[in-house]
Design a protein around this ligand. Structure first.
Ligand code: ADP
Ligand code: ADP
Length: 229
């Protein structure tokens, strides 16, 4: 079952006289439930790719599908609706509201989602059921990021897009965030796309897309994670 497929995606940013070709003809297919890591040097197009796949931005040309939906053909309004229903975002910094508890932060999302899980259940998935009444300042960085993961999965998005999710954490707290993402993948069949420099995350990926100069230069398959036929 297909999650995304992209054909000949180009993205050119124009600022004044300058053009930057951030994506230069990218082709890919991503299966539902897959764990994908995006690797590559700074400026190689990873964030641009993630933003376009997640409907935060549009390609300059090319086509992008999610399952049977042609995202490139959608109006801005329909693309926003698609993003809100189907995509969860995790960034390096957790963006929690400091005056709200963990559960209240998650409830902000579940109150407006069409088929949400209970906030306590979302926090249970990331191992924070006991801390649901804590405020962000009472939680460690890793715990705050797990609240952000709970907030992202609570709307049952189908896809989680993560841009350096452990970038602000030391390796031991980062591992707990990884475990939370892995649990979302395993228990909810959530497709994961993760930009990371963390070798531990790359090792848990089904495939790694290696970006170079706006293209997917190489796709590496993690044989150990693919069940033998
Ligand atoms: P990565 O995530 O791999 O670091 P990016 O997708 O952020 O790469 O950037 C790819 C290229 O596009 C870089 O040259 C970057 O400077 C440029 N770029 C990214 N976003 C913008 C923007 N909003 N406006 C102009 N140029 C941008
Ligand atoms: P919206 O607020 O339009 O409903 P979503 O809730 O679907 O958007 O999720 C996308 C959110 O991610 C947007 O609010 C956008 O402002 C935010 N966002 C985009 N890029 C970044 C970033 N680099 N760091 C933090 N937040 C970001």
């Amino acid at each position: 079952e297909r999650a995304f497929s992209g054909r000949e995606l180009f993205k050119t940013y124009i600022t004044g006289e300058t053009q930057v070709h951030a994506l230069r003809g990218v082709d890919f297919d991503i299966r539902k439930g897959e764990v994908l890591v995006l690797l590559g040097p700074s400026g190689s197009g990873k964030s641009t790719f993630l933003n376009i796949v997640g409907g935060l931005d549009r390609s300059t040309s090319g086509t992008l599908y999610y399952a049977a939906e042609n995202l490139t053909a959608k109006s801005d309004r329909d693309l926003t609706r698609f993003r809100r229903q189907r995509i969860g975002f995790i960034f390096q910094f957790y963006n929690l509201i400091p005056s709200l508890t963990a559960e209240e932060n998650v409830r902000l999302v579940t109150d407006i989602a069409s088929n949400p899980m209970d906030p306590a259940e979302a926090l249970h998935h990331v191992g924070l059921a006991e801390r649901r009444h804590h405020f962000p300042a009472q939680l460690s960085g890793g715990e705050q990021q797990r609240v952000a993961v709970a907030r992202a999965i609570a709307k049952r998005p189908g896809v989680l897009l993560c841009d350096e999710p452990t970038g602000a954490l030391d390796s031991s707290t980062g591992i707990r965030v990884l475990e939370a993402l892995e649990a979302a993948n395993r228990e909810l069949d959530t497709t994961l796309l993760i930009i990371t420099h963390n070798a531990g995350i790359a090792a848990m990926a089904d495939r790694v897309f290696h970006f170079l100069d706006g293209q997917i230069a190489r796709i590496e398959t993690n044989a150990e994670r693919i069940a033998p036929a």
